[in-house]
Design a binder for this molecule. Sequence first.
Ligand code: CA
Ligand code: CA
Ligand code: CA
Ligand code: CA
Length: 648
Amino acid sequence: MNRPNVRCRGRAVSKLKALLVVWPMGTTMMAPAFAQPPSTAPATLPAAARTPATYHSYDALSASLRELVAKHPDVAHMEGIGQSVGKRRIWVLRLGLAGPSPLEQRPAFLLVAGLDGTHLVGSELALLLAGKLAEAAAAQDEAVTKLLTGHTIYVLPRVNPDAQESFFGSPQREQPWNHRPADEDRDRRVDEDGPEDINGDGLITLMRVPDPEGEYGVDAEQPRLIKKADRAKGETSLYKVIPEGIDDDGDGQVSEDGAGGVDLERNFPYRYPALEEGAGSHQLSEPETRAVLDFVLAHPHICVALTYGPRDNLVSPPSRSDTVKNDSEPTNPLEEDLPYFKQVSEKYLELTKCEKAEAPGMDGSFAGWAYYQFGIPSFVTFVWTRPKMEEKPTATAPADGAATQPAEQERPRRRLDRPRREEPESAGPSEARPRDMGEMREMFRAMRGRGPRPEAAPQPEKKEPEEKPDQAREWLRYSDEMRDKSGYLEWRPFEHPTLGRVEIGGFLPFFRTNPPAEELAGLADKQFEFFKYLAGLTPALAWTEVKAKKLAAGLYEVEAVLVNEGYFPTALAMGRESRQVRPVVVSLDVAAESIWGGPRLETIWSLPGKGGKKKFRWVVRAEVGQKIHLRVVHPKFGLPPRAVELPD
Ligand SMILES: [Ca+2]
Ligand SMILES: [Ca+2]
Ligand SMILES: [Ca+2]
Ligand SMILES: [Ca+2]
């Protein structure tokens, strides 16, 4: 851990603590005072204290992209592909060097980031990687020059700019959705009662309200945390937990319908979760998702996609296969495609040292659409997770004054019961699992007054819910031990105008999704290696052994071998199944009646990667000295015509 930014966040927390001293235990606030914090304390934390300098606001991101393009005009080009609900342009960056074929006709690689409003780390890495590519090309790095002369790279750094802007605003509020007004509580009024920063600390966190009918109690092992009470186990409920705020519309509920929106990662057509919260009114209902899909369909040469977002198929590749029957929507890849996911995952783990993890469902996601419906290899990674911390025989020490002893035997017992998953000790530095993201999303739902959402897609190798280590405790430990206690706001009393005595606290917005800014560069280094590797895996066709022989006067034999020098086949099984990936069409550009032997037009539905070959032989009638050409037509990796010299 580098210290500077930790100190920065530490300062932020110190200010937070200073602020909280203003409302000590037992202080009674006047009813309207929550909206106007006392003048003795700043209304909000200074943005600079909370916002690491290298996270980019939308304006800063746009400026950085423009700067990149201006500095590297021969490599980078940017344009808008559409507008967000909040009228921000959604940028795409195209990277490529002049090469044998035009940029629009080469195998293209697509990186999509920032679909999720909380996942700023993905956006930042996308920007960093684009910069690294351009710099490496300018420095004439051999591998990058080869990559950029043979491929086109598209980078969509921030598809959900409206939601991500909340990271830079005040109060800081974490939400994955876009800014589409939506009526969450179905009272026919839209966005009428959002959360408010009633304690004036510049953050929207949670309130716990004493209520024996509530769902939450205190975590017995870590009393600083709340935990859903399990009444069947005799645990007592103490609190109702709701987002920080007041009842703006006087309907008796607090913060039940805030601004936005639609979860863009649930708005794509693959296994679209219709009628579910955050899925939108229909598939592709949002300008952001529509813009992405229109862009991909307008660029049929895209043949591999990578998404940075809170899902995963790289750390834990799919291990089961499905077959597609009667237009059913599969939840797993086809058998034939499984090895590609597995091998790419192995490389990802080798380069990034991430730990094995479970994979959540892909319903409604871009990554799901790209593989299952667009038929191309599609990968998704959450990029950053909590670093692995040393196992402790006991849980984190309780807060000051809280003397509860942890239940020591609980965690070891679970781990003995754990079925065949690799133990954390065996792997790299990160420990959190994508499922954390699921829990976080449930917290967002809770912040909008909703219960847990059922997971629509079956999870591979579903485990007992009790088996995982308690993620909240692990995140708290991470905050305490590695982030200078900057990630968690201890519960403090607050006199609420309508609810009476409540407490405000919980994890800080964005803490569990994004690393400190000084970790971004190191993450970008690791991801850059994988990015170059993956972008170089596209199918790559080439002619070899092209030769012509004179059989008789005006009659020639032409032979040639078409080889796929890339890693992926020209079409995955799912590409053929979805009918989105066209066959490779091979022909000889002479009049059909001149071909006496061999195919006039040959279609190859899939040529395997890693040297997969197809040999052609024609017998043609031709004039002496006539030039004929071999043609390969394909929207993703067609070739320029290859001349065949006919011998005298
Ligand atoms: Ca409403
Ligand atoms: Ca709303
Ligand atoms: Ca607050
Ligand atoms: Ca209300």
